[in-house]
Write a protein that binds this ligand. Structure first.
Ligand SMILES: [Zn+2]
Length: 239
C-alpha cells in the first residue's frame, strides 16, 4: 500500500493528510487520537477531487483534532496556558505562551514577572510542559551547582568528603544521599526559594558523615544550619 502526505489550505491553517487508495466507492476521512488525518480514496479518484473533498470536511477535521487535544493534557493539574502561575525559586511568574512559525526556535525566557514560552505547538499543553520542564532542569543544574559549592564551604571545617551532585527526578523526595556517595537533588526543588534549596543540600551533605537520622546527624545539622526546621516547614508549606 502506498501512502503519500498532502496538504490543503483551510483559512490560515494547513491541514496535512495521509492518502491511500483502495478498492472502494466513496472517500473516507479519519482523524486518529494522535491527530493525524487519514484519507482513503477510490482507486480512480483524482488528487484535485480528493483535496476538494478534504477541504469541504475541514471544519469537522479541526473539530476532531481539538477533541483529541483534550486528552493531550499533562496530569499535574496545570494546563500550561497563558495567565497560569508557575514558580521559580519561590517566586510566582505568569506564563505567556506565544505561537511561532515552523522555522523559528522554541524558547523559554524569564522576563519581568513573565515566563515567556515561544512554541510551535500552541494549544498542545503536553508540549508546552516539556519546554518548561527542560527550562527548569537547565536552571536547576546551574542553581544547584552554585548553592552546592557554597554549602560545601560552610561545611569545610567538618572535613566531609566531596560528593558528586546529580539531578534526579524523585516522586516523594527532594534529595537523597546514595550509598555510593552521590547527592541526588530533585529538579522540582528549583521551584522553591534558595533558602529551602540550601536546607536540602546541607541535610544531604550531613549524611556524608552520618548516613542515618540519628543523634549525631542532627547534632551536626543543628550546628551547621541552626534554623533548618524553619526552612523545612517553609518547603513543606510550598509543596
Ligand atoms: Zn536524610
Amino acid at each position: 500500500m502506498q501512502t503519500n502526505e498532502h496538504t490543503v489550505q483551510y483559512g490560515t491553517r494547513e491541514i496535512s493528510f495521509n492518502l491511500t487508495f483502495s478498492d472502494r466507492e466513496t472517500l473516507e476521512i479519519a482523524v486518529y487520537p494522535d491527530k493525524t488525518v487519514w484519507v482513503t480514496a477510490p482507486n480512480d479518484a483524482l488528487l484535485d477531487e480528493i483535496k476538494d473533498k478534504v477541504l469541504k470536511r475541514s471544519k469537522w477535521i479541526v473539530k476532531q483534532k481539538r477533541y483529541f487535544d483534550r486528552f493531550d493534557r499533562p496530569n499535574d493539574g496545570s494546563e500550561y496556558i497563558s495567565g497560569e502561575t508557575h514558580r521559580y525559586l519561590g517566586r510566582q511568574y505568569r506564563l505567556k505562551v506565544i505561537p511561532i512559525e515552523d522555522g523559528e526556535k522554541e524558547t523559554v525566557k524569564l522576563k519581568g514577572q513573565y515566563l515567556r514560552i515561544r512554541t510551535r505547538q500552541k494549544g498542545n499543553s503536553r508540549h508546552t510542559k516539556q519546554l518548561l520542564d527542560n527550562w527548569y532542569r537547565e536552571h536547576a543544574a546551574d542553581k544547584f551547582n552554585e548553592r552546592f559549592e557554597l554549602c560545601l564551604q560552610n561545611l569545610e571545617k567538618y572535613h566531609i568528603p566531596r560528593p558528586e551532585l546529580k539531578l534526579y527526578r524523585m516522586e516523594k523526595r527532594w534529595g537523597s544521599y546514595t550509598p555510593s556517595g552521590k547527592v541526588l537533588l530533585n529538579p522540582e526543588l528549583v521551584k522553591h526559594p534558595t533558602y529551602c534549596i540550601d536546607y536540602v543540600i546541607i541535610h544531604e551533605l550531613c549524611h556524608t558523615k552520618y548516613p542515618n537520622h540519628d543523634k549525631k546527624f542532627y547534632h551536626l545539622l543543628n550546628k551547621v544550619l541552626p534554623d533548618w526546621q524553619k526552612r523545612k516547614h517553609k518547603l513543606e508549606r510550598f509543596s
